[in-house]
Design a protein around this ligand. Structure first.
Ligand SMILES: [Zn+2]
Length: 375
């Protein structure tokens, strides 16, 4: 045993409370003869909970001792008996996440020779960054299947202690980072790796692992996974979304992609029809011969109708904001531009087409433009 604290969390990871004795006080914490509080390290935060009536904010390793960080360490004395209570929910999740992560990384390696370069354990989600730049999604679903088969089979999680050289001879999937005595975690038929972390005693305690998504980062595929309760919640959320889509589309769930695809085709066809009608309306408006007018259709319909031998100005009222379009030469636009501030106008373009928006009354702008284009 290193330091003065016996690591009860290794032998009994399920223990939520424990009686222990104070063996030392530090400026911000208390050292005990034994503990169930796991210290911060390897990307895992330190456990929190209660020591008698004091909140344990975190737990840290200092010179081999395990220090329980409390608000008032001076309240405790060496030799004093204390009672520990763990914040169980976050600790339970980190045990599930650690175990699930070994199962995913071990399966990626054993079944597909895909290595792991980094991991992150979150409360809801865990990530495994691989050494590949591309992984077919079917491979990740297969990993998900193998991992869940192992969860159903309730594989035992056990530990081996050995010297570094002996462990190095086992050719593990990841190099061993520590020297001296090495602690290996073995998940029966799934993975064997050096890890000082804390795990569930058997795989069924994870409940479920689901593949969520992937992204490419630094040229590596980083995969996102859900585990335990958050995996169920994720499935529930997806089911809710599907059920809403199904009722909005009035189609059974398996038919929703087809129904949505039909709806999108219809929308595309309708938009094309509207564009055609708008173009017809726009050319009729120009045939009437008015140089300045309020348009009943969106101004994109006039873009193809502009030419150097035409001169017109039109606005479209979006309710509160106006779109404007000018077909004229650069001289006319320059004179309009001088009044931009007065009409709260924005925009620009190149002869013969200028476009933009304005925040002013339709009548005042139309009146000004009539003067400009008639002059
Ligand atoms: Zn681990």
């Amino acid at each position: 045993m290193e330091g003065r604290t016996a690591r009860v969390y290794y032998d009994e990871p399920d223990l939520r409370s424990l009686d222990a004795h104070v063996v030392g006080i530090t400026p911000d914490g208390v050292v005990l003869d034994r503990t169930i509080f796991y210290p911060e390290g390897g990307g895992q935060r330190g456990d929190s909970g209660m020591m008698d009536d004091q909140k344990v904010l975190s737990t840290r390793k200092e010179d081999g001792d395990i220090v329980h960080i409390v608000g008032d360490p001076g309240r405790f004395q060496p030799g004093q008996g204390v009672h520990l209570e763990l914040d169980w929910e976050p600790r339970w999740r980190i045990m599930q996440a650690h175990t699930a992560q070994h199962m995913i990384a071990g399966t990626l390696y054993n079944a597909f020779s895909i290595g792991t370069v980094a991991i992150h354990l979150g409360d809801e989600e865990l990530t495994v960054e691989t050494d590949r730049s591309d992984i077919p999604v079917a491979t990740l679903y297969e990993v998900e299947r193998i991992v869940n088969e192992a969860i159903l089979a309730d594989r035992k999680v056990s530990y081996l202690e050995m010297e570094h050289d002996e462990a190095a001879g086992l050719a593990l999937r990841r190099p061993i980072k520590v020297s001296g005595q090495v602690r290996l975690v073995r998940i029966e038929d799934v993975d064997l790796i050096a890890c000082g972390g804390i795990h569930v005693p058997s795989t069924a305690r994870i409940g479920l692992v689901t593949y969520a998504s992937s992204e490419t980062i630094r040229g590596h595929v980083r995969t996102f996974w859900r585990y335990g309760r958050s995996a169920w919640e994720h499935i529930h959320m997806q089911r809710e979304v599907l059920s809403r889509l199904s009722s909005m589309l009035s189609a059974p769930v398996p038919d929703t992609p087809e129904a949505l695809s039909r709806l999108l085709d219809e929308t595309r066809a309708l938009k094309a029809e509207v564009r055609q009608r708008d173009a017809l309306v726009a050319s009729m408006m120009l045939e009437r011969g008015e140089k300045v007018f309020v348009s009943p259709v969106e101004l994109s319909a006039y873009q193809r109708l502009s030419s150097p031998d035409r001169r017109f100005f039109t606005v479209y009222d979006r309710g509160g904001r106006l779109d404007w379009l000018l077909c004229a030469n650069d001289g006319v636009f320059s004179r309009l531009k001088e009044r931009f501030a007065a009409f709260s106008m924005k925009g620009g373009g190149r002869s013969p087409l200028y476009q933009g928006s304005a925040e002013c009354g339709v009548d005042e702008l139309v009146c000004f433009m009539e003067g400009l284009l008639d002059g």
